[in-house]
Design a protein around this ligand. Structure first.
Ligand SMILES: [Zn+2]
Length: 129
């Protein structure tokens, strides 16, 4: 039996840098980029768990309760554009949860105080000619 590993990465535009005492520092030391590095690992594990092949597959991001209109929708993007598809202008917090092969994302922002929910799946790359 395979164990269901759970990984969580929180990417936020709020600075989360702390000093030795655990207090927030007045200056940012690059916490966003650090977290982005952790996210890279999480997304690579997702790709591995889903046998994602960039030549054959693209990423489908299904969202609900997006923006202040609480819209549903989806986007089909390349693996490298996943984060761009999930970020918005302004401040936000993105929580990525990878459980086994399933990746879910919750985004909270000014217009989405109760959160927008995303499910990330692999789909066949559309045929180009
Ligand atoms: Zn920081």
């Amino acid at each position: 039996m395979e164990t269901m590993d759970k990984q969580v990465v929180v990417l936020t535009t709020d600075c989360t840098c702390t000093d030795e005492d655990g207090g927030y520092t007045p200056d940012c030391y690059g916490c966003y980029d650090d977290e982005k590095g952790n996210l890279d690992y999480l997304l690579k594990d997702w790709a591995k768990a889903n046998e994602f092949d960039a030549d054959k597959h693209v990423v489908c991001i299904k969202g609900r309760a997006m923006t202040w209109l609480r819209r549903d929708g989806y986007a089909v993007v390349d693996y490298e554009s996943m984060l761009d598809a999930l970020t918005i202008r302004g401040d936000y917090t993105l929580t990525f949860t990878l459980e086994g092969a399933s990746l879910k994302v919750v985004r909270t922002s000014h217009d989405e105080p109760t959160g927008a929910y995303f499910e990330v799946t692999k789909v066949e790359r559309p045929v180009e000619d």
